[in-house]
Design a protein around this ligand. Structure first.
Ligand code: ASP
Length: 447
């Protein structure tokens, strides 16, 4: 292709990216407006939303397996994954830690929850006691009734990589063991020479077919997203839960949103610029459809197909990077969730001090929160409000009563959307940065 043709192609792609993003923005604005005016009617759109969500979810497992395998097949040798793999893990951990630190600093500056009415805290704690006790029992049972310590959390995280039942992991959409299996399996294929040709071609074709399926899905995305958003906002308006506690939780929400905005508009763009010299805000626009889909579905896993499509087709990240970095990122790299867990834990601690003035959050406690929030974000599943469950681990680590999560519950569904959007954006920035560390000959084989 000549340089002019290349430029025309990229201008066309950018135009279609902004056109698609604009349509989704309009759909979300219309959905919120409609939910506000006619909440009962809006709730009837739930069916359309669920259909769209399921269409996205049904491609996730085959897509992750086919794309990771075709990524390895493209590299031609699993050992070539070493360097980019190392960079990807380094990226995930350093950005998660930066997100936690941002959360900690912002929550300490704004101090939400200080001076809160103790009656509200007690009331919310009681309201959620039964529900939270049930969840805690489940977590304990999963931990074989052992005390939940840092060592145990770490052991659980490592074990999450492996499965004793591959089909079971597919059924439960447990992506990590599927990724591990796909890397090993495709690695084996690369050592088998001609005998693996048929299966390798099959994997590559399945991957291409699934990508075309996603491109088709993106055409109906504005309708699906309208339905998803209007039904959820309609439900919230009809229940009146947000309004009721809005003033009490305004400080907390403002803190989390400011932190998320800082991480996604300053920290991540800066990293992207430093490592790739790309214009980060143009990149954000190119990833717009994925970010907005994450906002609408509140699930990084369900958004993964769209993130992969946008990163490759619109932001021009090479396939070899999106196929490997994004599926892994969708499961373990959750900057938004990490930031929120740190901020939420401190907010809850501040609110608890209003009930029990002897409770004091020391510097060591804050560090414990930082570490457990990082691990909790890695362990959180890419599904709606998974962060709320892993937040219990953070609260437990500093001795806060778990039913206090009841305090933030009414607005969690809303904050979840923002943190999921940041999670998806963080993954795509990672794919763009790690892209540069793939060996050059692999680029020739694939993309
Ligand atoms: N909903 C988030 C995600 O899917 C996880 C969470 O923070 O609850 O990325």
């Amino acid at each position: 292709m000549t340089a002019t043709a290349n430029n025309e192609q990229s201008a066309k792609t950018n135009n279609s990216a902004s056109h698609g993003t604009l349509l989704i923005v309009v759909a979300i604005a219309a959905a919120i407006g409609f939910a506000y005016i006619a909440p009962k009617w809006a709730m009837h759109f739930d069916l359309g939303g669920q259909i769209f969500l399921r269409l996205l979810q049904m491609v996730v497992v085959p897509l992750v397996m086919a794309s990771v395998m075709s990524g390895i097949l493209g590299l031609g040798d699993v050992r070539k994954l070493g360097r980019p793999g190392g960079y990807a893990i380094l990226y995930y951990f350093s950005t998660t830690i930066l997100a936690v630190l941002t959360g900690l600093i912002i929550v300490n500056v704004f101090d939400p929850g200080v001076g809160i009415d103790p009656d509200i805290v007690r009331e919310r704690q009681e309201a959620e006691r039964e529900h939270v006790e049930q969840t805690t029992e489940e977590i304990k049972k999963e931990a074989d009734n052992q005390e939940v310590t840092l060592g145990l959390i770490f052991k659980k995280l490592v074990l999450m990589l492996f499965t004793d039942n591959l089909l079971g992991s597919m059924v439960e959409v447990n992506l990590l063991p599927l990724i591990v299996f796909s890397i090993i399996f495709a690695g084996m294929l690369t050592t088998m020479g001609d005998r693996a040709d048929t299966i390798a071609t099959l994997v590559l074709s399945i991957n291409d077919a699934l990508m075309s399926f996603i491109m088709l899905l993106m055409k109906v995305a504005p309708i699906g997203i309208f339905c998803l958003v209007t039904s959820r906002f309609g439900k919230a308006k009809a229940e009146g839960t947000v309004g009721e506690l809005a003033s009490v939780l305004a400080g907390y929400m403002g803190t989390v949103l400011t932190g998320l905005a800082f991480h996604s508009l300053v920290t991540l763009p800066l990293l992207l610029y430093i490592f790739t010299r790309r214009n980060p805000y143009r990149f954000l626009l190119q990833m717009g459809q994925a970010v907005l889909t994450a906002f609408s579905t509140a699930s990084s896993t369900a958004t993964l197909p769209v993130t992969m499509e946008c990163a490759e087709m619109q932001a021009g990240v090479s396939r070899r990077s999106t196929e490997f970095v994004l599926p892994l990122g969708a499961t373990i790299n959750m900057d938004g969730t990490a930031l929120y867990e740190a901020a939420a834990a401190i907010f809850i601690a501040n609110a608890y001090s209003a009930v029990d003035p002897t409770f004091d959050l020391t510097f060591v406690d804050q560090m414990t929160i930082a570490i457990t929030a990082t691990l909790a974000a890695v362990g959180a599943a890419g599904i709606p409000e998974a962060g709320l469950i892993t937040l219990l681990i953070v609260l437990n680590a500093v001795g806060l009563p778990l039913p206090l999560v009841g305090l933030i519950l009414p607005v969690d569904w809303l904050l979840d959307r923002f943190r999921t959007a940041v999670n998806a954006f963080g993954d795509s920035v990672g794919a763009a940065i790690v892209d540069r560390s793939f060996p050059n000959d692999a680029a020739a084989t694939k993309s």
